[in-house]
Design a protein around this ligand. Structure first.
Ligand code: 4NP
Length: 160
């Protein structure tokens, strides 16, 4: 089983969307039995809540149902997940801070590292902005998740 954890600040907008976009791609590739996919937030302010309703509304228009419940990332997540994917530079820095002994650096990535078409270097936080921000999040995630799946397939010699 290959485990992938998407991480943003609140775990109600970007990382639940990353989780849903990636899960759909994995299902379409017939690889769902090979993967454990989850998401978490740097902060626990929204713990126990479903995803942001604006994010949900934009996602469902593209066929992604956001079902995850927000939770904070834990040091144990760093030890147990194989790929830990941060949405922006602050998330990345915060994950590195949580990785006190720097034992898990090699499995902590930034989502945009896997972009193939888009030139963004972060997935921008849409929380305080307008509708276009949510669409932009999904555009970047669709591109980057495709690149991430290709990377994992290569790493693990998966065929689909
Ligand atoms: P996310 O968006 O990190 O993509 O889930 C945010 C959600 C909540 C807050 C900030 C960003 N907040 O400040 O509560």
């Amino acid at each position: 089983m290959i485990s992938v954890l998407f991480v943003c600040l609140g775990n109600i907008c970007r990382s639940p969307s990353g989780e849903a976009v990636f899960r759909k791609m994995v299902q379409e590739a017939g690889l769902e039995d090979d993967f454990h996919i989850d998401s978490a937030g740097i902060i626990g302010w929204h713990a126990g809540q479903g995803a942001d309703r604006r994010m949900k509304a934009h996602a469902i228009k593209r066929g992604y149902e956001l079902t995850s419940i927000s939770r904070a990332v834990t040091p144990k997540d760093l030890a147990t997940f194989d790929y830990i994917i941060a949405m922006d530079d602050q998330n990345l820095a915060d994950l590195h801070s949580l990785d006190v002994a720097a034992s898990f650096r090699s499995k902590i990535f930034k989502m945009t590292d896997f972009c193939r078409e888009c030139t963004h270097t972060v997935v921008p936080d849409p929380y305080y902005g307008g509708p276009q921000g949510f669409e932009e999040v999904l555009d970047i995630l669709e591109d980057a998740c495709a690149g991430l799946l290709e990377r994992i397939k290569k790493d693990h010699e998966l065929r689909a």
